[in-house]
Design a protein around this ligand. Structure first.
Ligand SMILES: Cc1cc2nc3c(=O)[nH]c(=O)nc-3n(C[C@H](O)[C@H](O)[C@H](O)COP(=O)(O)OP(=O)(O)OC[C@H]3O[C@@H](n4cnc5c(N)ncnc54)[C@H](O)[C@@H]3O)c2cc1C
Length: 313
């Protein structure tokens, strides 16, 4: 059967929800799921895995690719080679996985969003989910994966058996690179995760000058403005308004997306909204796959039309 070594993602005492996708793909592939985690009081349903290895290490060192590679080497020495080493597809997961692959000369597939057991095929998306590539491993060496958030969590279920738990010594910090501190983002008091109605803006609105016009619409709709990452990167909106994997996860009653394509990093942050309405001029835009209602058209013209209608024009 073989085993899958899962490198957990932990942040400031929290076991990140996206780890469930790493556990899920290990279970789906029928591997013994072996979870590597720093020692601490993390909130985990340990019955979802077969084995937990706790590492006596500070949490911040667990983000370091050099240290993780050292730890994985130690575990491979004692347990033998795993079939897979699984990371989350996050900024730290991608960094650690690619370092490990380069250092050990192992195959890697990043951003896995699907798996077919028959044939051992992994799926990875291109062009914002419009095309999928299929991959399979050729040699018998461990395959390194990074797993897309939200793809496999349904397979992270209770295995109904006793979990084996061991504790191993960690490694001390290394000189090449050292974690300094987390820096909190600047806050202006708007919490988009609490809003019931989000009017979310994407690059498709064109330029920064359009923002005040959308703010007027938001006022009329009693909505809060949020946005995609490019809109934040271009400083049209502050960072705290960003929805997505590197922003906030939101679940409003209504999510009105205007000029947003629907890249998975964005979708992961809003797909559980009760009602999703998308406005996009491209009928093939991926966001329409997730929307309950869709309007194909120019976001700025539709904004003005909506304002007219609400104002009785
Ligand atoms: C590690 C990583 C983390 C990321 N994290 C996030 C994240 O947290 N949040 C996030 O959003 N993205 C994130 N991204 C970026 C993500 O991959 C996409 O690039 C981004 O979501 C695209 O934003 P967008 O839809 O606004 O822009 P685009 O992809 O450029 O889409 C613009 C859309 O507007 C449409 N459009 C153009 N003109 C009009 C018009 N006049 N009227 C109507 N529609 C129009 C186009 O058809 C297109 O669909 C991340 C990427 C990486 C690599």
């Amino acid at each position: 059967m073989g085993y899958a070594l899962i490198i957990s993602e932990v942040r400031r005492g929290v076991f990140e929800e996206r780890n469930l996708d790493s556990i899920g793909i290990a279970n789906l592939a029928g591997k013994d799921a072996c979870l590597l985690i720093p020692e601490g009081n993390y909130n985990i349903n340990s019955n979802m895995v077969d084995r937990i290895i706790k590492v006596k290490i500070e949490e911040s060192l667990f983000l370091n690719p050099l240290i993780i590679t050292g730890l994985i080497t130690k575990i491979m020495d004692s347990l033998g080679l795993p079939d897979m080493v699984i990371f989350t597809h996050s900024s730290s997961g991608i960094e650690m996985a690619s370092y490990l692959a380069g250092k050990m000369g192992l195959p890697i597939i990043t951003d896995i969003s699907g798996y077919e057991k028959n044939g051992d095929i992994f799926f990875k998306s291109y062009y914002s989910d419009k095309v999928f590539g299929q991959f399979r491993k050729i040699k018998d060496n461990p395959l390194i994966l990074t797993v897309r958030s939200g793809s496999f969590k349904d397979f992270a279920t209770d295995k109904g058996k006793q979990v084996e738990e061991t504790t191993v010594e960690g490694l001390s910090d290394i000189e090449e690179r050292s974690f300094v501190e987390y820096v909190e983002e600047e806050k202006t008091g708007v919490d988009i995760t609490k809003a019931e109605f989000l009017l979310s803006l994407g690059r498709g609105i064109g330029n920064k000058d359009e923002i005040p016009k959308f703010e007027e619409l938001a006022q009329l709709l009693k909505a809060t403005i949020s946005g995609s990452r490019p809109v934040v990167d271009k400083q049209w909106l502050p960072k705290e308004r960003q929805v997505g994997t590197s922003g906030k996860t939101v679940k409003p009653k209504v999510y009105l997306a205007m000029g947003i394509s629907g890249a998975f990093q964005h979708i992961a942050g809003m797909k559980d909204s009760e009602c999703i309405i998308a406005v996009n001029k491209d009928p093939e835009a991926p966001i329409f796959q997730y929307a309950h209602y869709g309007i194909v058209g120019d976001a700025n013209k539709i904004r003005d039309k909506l304002k007219d209608i609400i104002q009785g024009g």
